[in-house]
Ligand binder design. Structure first.
Ligand SMILES: Nc1ncnc2c1ncn2[C@@H]1O[C@H](COP(=O)(O)OP(=O)(O)OP(=O)(O)O)[C@@H](O)[C@H]1O
Length: 365
């Protein structure tokens, strides 16, 4: 199975702006890599370059030791010779062909003999759990089933690399949830290397083995989902990943109120540490009796928002609004005064980058 390597890849559509800038990215063999970022950050362009649908302006793309694009060497392998399967948001199935024929279509184009075609189509449809609808037409299927057929069509050609561009965005919330679990299972069963484009951080965190976060055409961080969440490399990733988002408080150069309180705490724990901003995730902000070593302040409850299994509380702390997320019932009412506290802060420097030494409290100590 193949590792995909992008080296110093850039793409300009003309006019001096770059959709993708100097991208170095390795998608490990068998990974489920999500390209994550806000609209326009270059995710689709990156995927289309891997697919061969766009040619890079600079750089090299290789799969295993086979170079597919090299601007320097004037080398370019067209999409149909890359051995990759693509599924896009609009997964057009042929309306006049049955599910079986839709899936067999790609195999027919590749001149696979009929009996082999038949068994491969059946196996692929079985894998995506729509084998019971094999003789139906696309109009007789739900959106989720159609999406599965589109996937089966790709899986049947047995690609080493599967490229998916927001394939779940046309589905309703329930189906999206189901399909996320299905895609994970399909990834494990097929062993394919998957690159998946999404702007939905939850989708990325739940499915991926590796997440690459992009902003303005530039790679911000590549990490396993929990590492990305626990140790975001900079303010952008910290604010983009997590819901409700991390509160990020600017603490320099002459902080007052909450900023002063946080900075005072940081300096008391790590002498010489001078962060520009302090971040607190809502679920790391607790209410009630604090741990001895924790940062704490008095908070006024502004609103309690129960959501069945969790409680979001809007607090006012030293004139600043903060959110706390609790997974145990919060029995407070607006106007109540409580102590809020945390032991988990994220520190960011002047350049927005994470001060990782703080995570082990080695800063300035
Ligand atoms: N064919 C094109 N011609 C000119 N500019 C383009 C073209 N395709 C994309 N762009 C520009 O390149 C930048 C990156 O676009 P891209 O579609 O890769 O981003 P994205 O992160 O996938 O966004 P979205 O989630 O909205 O699809 C954007 O500024 C976009 O306007």
């Amino acid at each position: 199975m193949p590792t995909i390597t992008l080296s110093a890849v850039a793409k300009s559509y003309g006019g001096g702006d770059y959709a993708v800038k100097d991208l170095d990215l390795t998608v490990p063999d068998g990974a489920f890599m999500c390209l994550l970022g806000p609209s326009g950050c270059g995710k689709t362009t990156t995927l289309r370059m891997i697919a061969g649908l766009e040619q890079p302006t600079a750089g090299t793309i290789a799969v295993a030791d086979r170079v597919l694009d090299s601007v320097e060497q004037g080398l370019y392998v067209p999409p149909e010779r890359r051995g990759m399967g693509l599924v896009f948001q609009n997964y057009a199935l042929w309306p006049h062909l049955s599910v079986r024929d839709n899936v067999e279509f790609g195999l027919r184009m590749r001149k696979v003999p009929a009996p082999d075609r038949r068994s491969r189509a059946e196996a692929a449809l079985k894998m995506v759990h729509v084998d019971d609808a094999i003789d139906r037409y696309p109009s007789q299927l739900s959106g989720g089933q159609q999406q599965r057929v589109a996937l089966a069509r790709m899986l049947a050609i047995n690609p080493g690399v599967l490229l998916l561009d927001e394939p779940l965005s046309n589905l309703d919330a329930q189906l999206r949830l189901e399909m996320r679990a299905e895609l994970k299972r399909i990834h494990e069963e097929s062993g394919a290397t998957i690159v998946f484009v999404t702007h939905d951080q939850l989708e990325a965190l739940t499915m991926a083995t590796d997440v690459a976060v992009m902003k303005d055409g530039e790679l911000q961080q590549v990490a396993a989902p929990m590492d990305l969440y626990a140790r975001p490399a900079n303010r952008f990733v910290a604010a983009f990943v997590g819901s409700p988002p991390m509160a990020i408080v600017d603490v320099g150069p002459a902080p007052t109120g909450l900023a002063a309180s946080l900075l005072h705490f940081v300096k008391s724990r790590a002498e010489g540490c001078a962060p520009a901003a302090v971040g607190i995730r809502p679920e790391a902000l607790h209410l009630g009796a604090p741990h001895a070593s924790a940062w704490r302040e008095e908070a006024t409850v502004e609103a309690v928002l129960p959501a069945g299994s969790s409680w979001t509380v809007r607090l006012r702390v030293l004139e600043t609004e903060l959110y706390a997320l609790s997974y145990t019932p919060v029995l407070a009412a607006p106007g109540d005064m409580l102590t809020c506290w945390t032991e988990h802060m994220h520190l960011f420097g002047e350049d927005g980058g994470r001060i990782s030494a703080w995570d082990t409290r080695g800063v300035g100590a």
